[in-house]
Write a protein that binds this ligand. Structure first.
Ligand SMILES: [Zn+2]
Length: 217
């Protein structure tokens, strides 16, 4: 590495953009998770090489998504309609509710084709470090949903992290007096793994082999 690499690197990062429009676009892209300024620049230049309708379709898809996306009133999954396709499907077992952190987990469990119940999307897990408490999540609505009756079993399918365990326990305390079976997915998933990164076979097996939740973590 040359002596002046650091200087070179910082001058690259601080370099003047030939256009304020370019700088603004790079700035917006680099706000995305996992995108640094170099990658942002590559993406922006790529878009700039596309024709006008392609770039407009790209921009509009994001604007329309944010403006028009809905969340299912029952399970809080992202949906184009008030009740999502999964909740509205009469073939699914409405007495079985799988609790997951986010929509990516719904997609991961759906991909296993091992689960025919419904979902409840929490919107995250309890994490005091990140300032996320129970009231920031869809936990009250889960308790309400179970309280309305018709739910026979709640399957906890959160990440096997400390935050996931804490959330499992919190939900257990909320539901333990209610007439509902509480189970947790089998730990075929490695401890510390996030659900969405598990392969389909492992995740499918974990759902099928779920075990009663005992309140110990
Ligand atoms: Zn739904």
């Amino acid at each position: 590495m040359p002596e002046n690499y650091k200087d070179f690197h910082s001058s690259f990062m601080n370099q003047q953009y030939p256009s304020a429009l370019l700088e603004k676009a790079v700035g917006e892209f680099s706000k995305l998770p996992g995108i640094g300024r170099k990658t942002a620049m590559r993406l922006v230049l790529h878009l700039l090489r596309q024709d006008q309708p392609t770039v407009e379709a790209f921009g509009n898809s994001i604007i329309t998504l944010k403006r028009e996306v809905k969340y299912c009133k029952v399970c809080h999954n992202i949906s184009d309609t008030e009740i999502c396709q999964i909740c509205a499907n009469p073939q699914r077992d409405a007495s079985l509710v799988c609790v997951v952190e986010n929509i990516r987990d719904v997609m991961a469990v759906e991909a296993t084709q091992q689960y025919k119940g419904l979902y409840h999307v929490l919107g995250g897990v309890i994490s005091p470090m990140d300032g996320v408490g129970p009231s920031d999540l869809q936990i009250d609505s889960l308790v309400h949903r179970v309280g309305e009756g018709g739910v026979r079993e709640v399957v906890l399918a959160l990440s096997t992290t400390m935050e996931g365990d804490t959330t499992n326990f919190y939900i257990y305390r909320k539901l333990e007096k209610m007439d509902v079976k509480l189970s947790v997915i089998a730990r075929g998933i490695s401890v510390g793994d996030e659900l969405e990164y598990a392969d389909e076979v492992t995740l499918g097996r974990s759902i099928v082999n779920r075990t009663p939740f005992t309140g110990t973590v």
